[in-house]
Ligand binder design. Sequence first.
Ligand code: LCV
Length: 259
Amino acid sequence: MPLILTETQDAIGTIVMNHAQKRNALSEALIGEITTALECFREQNIRVAVLRAPAGVKVWSAGHDVSELPDRGRDPLGWSDSLRVLVRAIQEFPAPVIALIEGGVWGGGCEVAMACDILVATPEATFAITPAKLGVPYNLGGLLTLINMVPLPVAKEMLFTAQPIPTAQALNLGIINYIKPAAEIEAFVYGLASQIVANSPLSISVMKEELRLLASARTLSPELFERIQGLRRVVYDSHDYQEGLNAFREKRKPRFQGE
Ligand code: LCV
């Protein structure tokens, strides 16, 4: 049973995340199907991709598939982690990716949505960044995506509280481009996509890549990188990280001890 549905029409490709029973948790299997679909779109010279869940969902994506996170002692969000692979696939896709968002966007789902180039959400959508809720050591790529999107105090509030923010606040912060009612969002997104399709795909794909390179242009000395990796190891080596995973698996609230 495929975990996504895809469609292409008029140089616009659509990917529908369709793993309802796990609330589109970003498992390796779901991510593999999305990245394969993006590769097919690239071969078909698709000029805009739309990433969405089925109309009317309550959850756009429940974020990283927690059941696939490693136990303590191993970096859960390293370079080759499937969620990082998906974020890079979206950012490096040679055409704009529009996130059509209905429902709750959780954890790594926010990073996937924020990796998209244009975000359009319904008024009921919410956005929650959750590493603190699980005791997970967020990675630099994820933090960079976030601080490129929102002011530092807002990034800290979202990270430290792990609470969902409503679409209206996301619009005010510039995280999303538009809010559209559920009855109108599809026509609006595909209208936007058609405007983009009418323009030069070469100019657009080069500008997208220039902006990606500019946004990621940060100087980080090897010593600073190692310091940061050491800090992250403190978290994924901790009992709290294991407690976060155990609590999720046992469907109970975690009891973090700070060690
Ligand atoms: C695996 C799941 C998941 C899930 N993984 O339905 O950003 S970081 O660093 O935090 C990163 C590590 C990350 O992204 O972590 C994940 C962050 N995500 C969350 O904290 C959201 C966790 N999920 C929920 O709070 C609820 O599932 C929501 C509110 C999304 C939907 O609630 P609802 O009552 O509609 P259930 O909770 O009953 O979930 C339905 C099934 O999907 C599984 C969940 O375990 C359940 O499986 P079973 O039917 O086998 O019990 N599921 C949900 N989210 N992230 N599996």
